[in-house]
Design a protein around this ligand. Structure first.
Ligand code: PEP
Ligand code: CO
Length: 402
């Protein structure tokens, strides 16, 4: 059970500029002695469920905060999120009549890739907030300083969330986050004595973001080295060759359920850009699970300076995703959302804030704007409708009773 080497030999994008490397190494070593947060058997079971979804026998609902905070891991918030995930899944399941697997963006979603390393706050340049695993969101020089002790706090908070998520809401909830901070991920990666395989035991499902999916980069190397089910985000710049190369590198043995592609194209691009990716992957025999993230391609800045998304754009990207799969005869395998179970006012439209001016009422996200509870359930209802009348999956051996 020794963790692999800590120093990533390949270039790692989006890593904090840790001011104290000695403290970073000490934190990583301490972390490598902690108990894993999840078990290899659980990761394998999830992989089996995702294999079913990829083959057209099910669906994935994945969701939670953009940036989970340490405060979000208290039992109350975790229960509220798992309950909303379960409600969302139940709505879709009742229309689909196939099993829906649920994964929370929680218990480790504490680190964020950012478009710029610094920001100006009242004329002062500060390091950007990179998530509670790295620094504080409060805009002061002290709070924004990357602090390696936060890796250990992240572990403790993730553990608290895992324990609550395990209590169950009647439906099993797996955990996931973006595998971003490599010291954290490497320290919690362990070789499983039973199988000889290495697992990233910081969460059941780990994904690579749009900004860390470089073929030659350290994050892809990490994903290739663990046996968990893993996802890769695909934005509008993704080329068919990127998809094929990533599949060959991360999942050379084509293990069913191992690889998902999470597309986040934007509502205006999904119908144009996604088909060639799905088609080329299929032509090469890549049987990935295709998941729709209708959030990250639809972000814009409102007139009042708040980052937001239009509910209608989110819904339209989901519709486009289903249209593409219907045309190609492939299976729309899942939905990846940023949501809050609270009545937040972060995304505009649908059963949420009517205008951009209403966004200031209850905007609590420390990063991207989330759908609120009503918007999430409305979207789930729309997905349920899209499945009513959707042809059965390509490999659906008559399991669906619709
Ligand atoms: C995210 O999921 O919060 C995120 C940063 O997404 P992406 O990598 O797709 O931009
Ligand atoms: Co986000």
């Amino acid at each position: 059970m020794t963790p692999p080497t800590l120093a990533p030999p390949r270039p790692a994008a989006q890593q904090p500029d840790w001011p104290d490397r000695t403290a970073l190494r000490a934190a990583a070593t301490a972390l490598s002695h902690r108990a894993p947060l999840v078990r290899p058997e659980e990761c394998d079971r999830l992989r089996g469920l995702l294999a079913g979804a990829a083959a057209g026998h099910g669906f994935l609902v994945q969701g939670g905060d953009c940036a989970e905070t340490f405060a979000d891991t208290a039992p109350g918030p975790v229960r509220a999120k798992t309950a909303l995930l379960a409600e969302t899944a139940a709505l879709i399941e009742s229309a689909l009549r196939l099993p829906v697997t649920v994964i929370g963006r929680m218990a480790g979603q504490f680190a964020k890739p950012r478009s710029r390393p610094t920001e100006l706050v009242d004329g002062v340049s500060l390091p950007v907030y990179r998530g509670d695993m790295v620094n504080g969101s409060e805009p002061t020089p002290v709070s924004r300083r990357p602090d390696p002790a936060r890796l250990l706090r992240a572990y403790d908070h993730a553990r608290e969330a895992v324990l609550t998520a395990r209590e169950g809401s009647g439906r099993e909830v797996f955990t996931s986050h973006e595998a971003l901070i490599l010291e954290y991920e490497d320290a919690l990666a362990r070789r499983d004595a039973a199988s000889g395989a290495t697992y990233g035991l910081s969460g059941h499902y780990l994904w690579l973001g749009e900004r860390t999916r470089q073929y030659e980069g350290a994050h892809v190397e990490f994903a290739a080295g663990v046996a968990n089910p893993v996802g890769v985000k695909l934005g509008p710049t993704a080329e068919p060759d990127d998809v094929l190369a990533l599949a060959a590198r991360i999942d050379p043995d084509r293990v069913p359920g191992r690889l998902s592609f999470i597309t986040r194209m934007g509502s205006d691009k999904v119908r144009d850009l996604m088909p060639v990716l799905v088609e080329k992957a299929r032509a090469e025999g890549v049987e990935a699970l295709w998941v729709c993230d209708p959030m990250h391609g639809n972000t814009y800045t409102a007139a009042n300076g708040l980052k937001t998304r239009r509910y209608d754009d989110v819904l339209d990207e989901v519709r486009g995703f289903f249209e593409v799969h219907r045309e190609l005869g492939t299976w729309p395998g899942g939905l990846h959302l940023e949501f809050s179970p609270d009545a937040v006012t972060e995304c505009v439209g649908g059963p949420g804030p009517a205008t951009e001016a209403d966004l200031t009422e209850r905007y609590t996200s420390t990063c991207d704007p989330r759908l609120n509870r009503a918007q999430t359930l409305a979207l789930a209802g729309a997905v349920a409708e899209l499945f009513t009348g959707f042809p059965a999956g390509p490999a659906d051996g008559g399991l669906r009773t619709a």
